[in-house]
Design a protein around this ligand. Structure first.
Ligand code: 5GP
Length: 358
C-alpha cells in the first residue's frame, strides 16, 4: 500500500458525511445513546456492517445525519476528513456536501456551510488552500510555517442537491453556492437516493448554475433508467459520477461526449450496483482512453481510502505504478478549479514523477 499512499493524488468524488471516520461515527452515536436521543444498541450493528445494498446505504445516511447534524460536529468531521485525505498524499480534494437545516438547533443551510468552512480553517496538519486565487480579497495563502515548507492540500467545495428535494430547494442550494464562491465553492452535484425524484425537477437549478459559471457533476446511472441517463448526458455536465447501469446506446453517447467519469470501485461493488470487479466498466473505459478519475465516494461508509482504490484498480486491471500515476495526473484536467491551481498541480506531479522514479 505504501507506494499508493506516498503517490500524490486527486480526489474528485467524496461526500463529506460519507467520509466520516468509523471511530468518530461510533463515538458520536454512543454519545447520543448516553443522552437518550437514540438507542445505541439498535444501531451499532448498522454502523459496523460491511456489505450494504444501495437502499441500506441510504438508510445509513439517514442515521449518520441524525448523529452529525450539529455545527460543532460538522466542523469536526470536515477537519478530520481533510486531514485523512492529506495524510495519504491527496494534493487536491473536491469535497461535496448537501447543505442542511435543522430549526431545532438554529441550523440554516448557510450556517451549516459556515460550519464546514470552520472545519477547513481548523485543519492543523497541513496548509489548506481553499480560496480562489484570482480573488483580490483572498490572495494566496503563505504555504510556509515557521520558515519550513509544509505540505499543502487544495480543497474546493461542491454543494449537493438532494434528489428528495424540490426545485425551490435546489435553487436555494445554487444561490448559496454563488454566494460562497469566494470561499471555495466551485460547483454543484446532484446526488441522493437515485430511485427518488425526477431529475427534471432539478434541471432549472442546474441550468441556472451553469449559466452562472458554476461547474456541474451528476450522479448518473446508479440504477437502470435509460431515459434519465440519456437526458443527463444531453445536458453535458462537466463530469458524471458512477455510470454503472448503462446500456449500449448510453455508452455510445457517453464516449462520443467525452464527459469524464468519477469511478468509485469499492462503492459500486459494496452496493452491488456492479456485481463484481472483473465486470466493472472501468476496464472498457480505460482501454478506450475515456477520461476517468478514481474516487472513494464515501470512504467512511465503505471503509476505503483513495490509496486503497488505487491498489484495487492496479490489482484488478493489471495496472502498474506508472499507469496509475498517469491516471491521477490526468485527473488534474478534470478538476473544477482555476487554471492557476491546475498549473501548480501539474508542477507537483512533475516533480513527484522525478522523485518517484517512474
Ligand atoms: P453529505 O451530503 O450529507 O455530506 O453526504 C452524504 C449524502 O451524500 C447522502 O445522504 C447522499 O445524499 C449523498 N450520497 C453519498 N453517497 C452517495 C452515492 O453513492 N450515491 C448517491 N446518489 N448519493 C450519495
Amino acid at each position: 500500500m505504501e507506494k499508493w499512499v506516498s503517490m500524490p493524488k486527486v480526489e474528485l468524488h467524496a461526500h463529506l458525511n460519507g467520509s466520516i471516520r468509523d471511530s468518530t461515527l461510533l463515538e458520536l452515536a454512543r454519545g447520543l445513546g448516553e443522552k437518550g436521543v437514540i438507542i445505541f444498541a439498535d444501531i451499532e450493528h448498522v454502523i459496523q456492517k460491511d456489505d450494504r445494498s444501495l437502499t441500506e446505504v441510504f438508510r445509513l445516511f439517514d442515521l449518520i445525519h441524525i448523529v452529525t447534524t450539529d455545527h460543532k460536529i460538522i466542523t469536526r468531521i470536515t477537519k478530520e476528513v481533510i486531514e485523512d485525505f492529506a495524510a495519504e498524499s491527496v494534493v487536491y480534494l473536491e469535497l461535496r456536501t448537501t447543505p442542511k437545516k435543522n430549526e431545532s438547533i438554529g441550523m440554516t443551510k448557510h450556517s451549516y456551510l459556515e460550519a464546514v468552512l470552520e472545519g477547513i480553517k481548523a485543519v492543523s496538519t497541513v496548509d489548506v488552500d481553499f480560496r480562489p486565487h484570482d480573488s483580490e480579497n483572498f490572495p494566496h495563502r503563505n504555504d510556509t510555517c515557521n520558515g519550513s515548507t509544509r505540505k499543502k492540500i487544495y480543497v474546493r467545495l461542491l454543494l449537493s442537491i438532494d434528489r428528495r428535494g424540490t426545485t425551490e430547494a435546489a435553487m436555494e442550494t445554487v444561490n448559496l453556492a454563488l454566494e460562497m464562491r469566494d470561499l471555495g465553492v466551485v460547483g454543484i452535484d446532484l446526488s441522493g437516493n437515485p430511485i427518488m425524484g425526477e431529475w427534471t425537477t432539478y434541471l432549472p437549478a442546474l441550468k441556472f448554475a451553469r449559466e452562472q459559471g458554476l461547474y456541474v457533476t451528476l450522479h448518473c446511472g446508479e440504477v437502470p433508467n435509460p431515459k434519465e441517463i440519456r437526458s443527463m448526458l444531453d445536458f453535458l455536465p462537466q463530469r458524471i459520477g458512477h455510470a454503472c447501469c448503462f446500456e449500449e446506446a448510453e455508452w455510445e453517447k457517453l464516449k462520443s461526449s467525452n464527459i469524464p467519469v468519477e469511478i468509485c470501485l469499492t462503492s459500486n461493488i459494496r452496493t452491488n450496483t456492479i456485481p463484481s470487479i472483473d465486470v466493472h466498466h472501468f476496464a472498457d473505459l480505460y482501454s478506450k482512453k475515456h477520461p476517468l478519475v478514481l474516487c472513494t465516494d464515501d470512504s467512511g461508509v465503505f471503509s476505503t481510502s483513495l490509496s486503497n482504490e488505487y491498489n484495487l484498480a492496479a490489482s484488478a486491471f493489471g495496472l502498474g505504478r506508472r499507469d496509475i500515476f498517469k491516471l491521477t495526473k490526468n485527473a488534474v484536467e478534470y478538476i473544477f478549479a482555476d487554471d492557476g491551481v491546475k498549473r501548480e498541480l501539474k508542477e507537483i506531479f512533475s516533480s513527484a514523477e522525478q522523485k518517484l522514479d517512474l
